[in-house]
Design a protein. Structure first.
Length: 431
């Protein structure tokens, strides 16, 4: 019998809920995606924009790549200059930089979950679920009880960022040699009160339904299941409700991914990275770097020398090979016509030299955190890795659990930064 199945091409332009311009094209056959293209049509070649300019321009230009995660770009730019200038970064400055990045990340998690993700759970396609009515009460845009609280309170953590940098977003308080701020005791006290407000008014009563200390006792999938049934407050929390509703919706059936997970590590330790170099970074970050290969259940440390970029389908004239980023010429094509069989995007294809394509993001960070590689003092958390194995691998559902699980450890690290700042010590040492 002849195969009469037709291929339907679907173009989604633009894709909402992402920072920047993104288009998606998929070929669908018999209800399944059989081919896909991700197209980024907006040029963001900051390597090109910054050519010939003062190196410190990166402190101002690159954070403007995004209106949400400017602290990450500013942190990277300042550490890159510190590495190049061979500066001495005082411990207070490292703590202040980390605190800025932490508070921005803490802000992003509830804002993403309620404002960009959970709103899909009120789509009428899920009306058949026994959790649908409650999902609408909690997560409906603007009117949902949890939506309103979660989106509103997500703005509190970056008030701490503003205490350090004068504003959020787009502060430039991180500079080579440290930070351009000197918090007072009043500033630190205000920062503590902001964290406590976030914890007492949303994180514990609404999201977790328990204390941080109780949640931190969860180490395995079985612990998590037992925690949900332990008290009505746990079962009624947004976290437990999302987990149960997501399973009923079938969100665990989508998004298996490639099975290889990568993170560069983050948050340099204030006593171990005062003289930054490329080679000593892995052993100096609190949240360790690594690659988790689920195909053989192995962890290794991530090294920058393993990275390769391919521009075969991007609007660059750099050949078809795989190159280390240091070896790229970044030669943009001015006549960037779309050809899905050739060049169609500004995005390059990044891979590991041995393992090929890898996934990055919160699930990757948590799976790497579960490994026994790295230094003994670095953060270790086996929970998400245990859940990953218990439920049979990655999914859309598990990625969201990994993201929100990360919130508690980021909160704790923000607390530690505030405790460790010594107001009588320097925040800046001139390079």
């Amino acid at each position: 019998m002849a195969n009469n199945v037709q291929v339907e091409t679907l173009d989604i332009s633009p894709v909402g809920r992402v920072e920047g311009d993104l288009d998606i094209r998929v070929d669908i056959e018999d209800g399944h995606v059989v081919n896909a293209w991700t197209q980024a049509e907006m040029f963001r070649g900051f390597e090109v924009i910054l050519r010939g300019k003062d190196p410190q321009s990166g402190l101002v230009v690159t954070p403007r790549a995004c209106g949400i995660c400017g602290a990450s770009h500013l942190s990277c730019a300042s550490w890159a200059l510190d590495t190049a200038y061979q500066t001495h970064v005082p411990r207070n400055a490292i703590l202040a930089r980390n605190l800025g990045q932490l508070t921005e990340s803490i802000q992003s998690i509830p804002r993403y979950f309620y404002g960009l993700y959970a709103i899909d759970m009120v789509n009428p396609k899920y009306k058949g679920s026994k959790y649908y009515e409650e999902a609408c009460k909690r997560f409906a845009p603007f009117t949902g009880t949890s939506y309103e609280l979660g989106v509103t309170i997500s703005g509190k953590p970056v008030e701490i960022y503003a205490l350090l940098g004068g504003q959020w977003p787009h502060s430039s308080y991180m500079v080579p040699g440290g930070v351009m701020c000197a918090p007072t005791l009043t500033d630190i006290t205000r920062a503590w009160s902001i964290l406590e407000y976030f914890r007492r008014n949303w994180l514990e009563p609404c999201w977790l339904g328990c204390s941080l200390e109780r949640y931190e006792e969860i180490q395995t999938y079985d612990d998590f299941m037992a925690w949900m049934d332990e008290k009505p407050e746990h079962a009624n929390s947004d976290l437990a409700f999302y987990w149960k509703a997501g399973l009923d919706y079938g969100l665990d059936k989508y998004g298996a991914g490639c099975g290889r997970y990568i993170t560069w590590g983050y948050l340099p330790h204030e006593d171990r990275y005062q003289h930054p170099t490329i080679d000593n970074r892995n052993d100096a970050v609190i949240m360790k770097s690594g690659i988790y290969n689920s195909h053989n259940d192995s962890h290794i440390t991530m090294e920058q020398a393993r990275v390769r970029e391919n521009t075969s389908h991007a609007w660059y004239s750099e050949g078809n090979g795989d190159f280390h980023p240091f070896d790229r010429t970044v030669s943009a094509i001015s006549n960037n016509e779309t050809n899905f069989d050739g060049n169609y995007t500004w995005c390059t294809a990044v891979s590991d030299v041995e393992l090929g394509r890898c996934e990055a993001g919160p699930l990757s960070r948590q799976l790497v955190a579960g490994g026994k590689h790295g230094q003994g003092w670095q953060h270790h958390d086996p929970f998400i890795l245990n859940v990953f194995k218990a439920v049979g691998g990655a999914s859309l559902h598990l990625r969201q659990l990994a993201r929100v699980h990360e919130l508690v450890k980021l909160y704790r690290e923000a607390e530690r930064c505030l405790r460790e700042i010594k107001l009588d010590e320097p925040f800046y040492i001139k390079p």
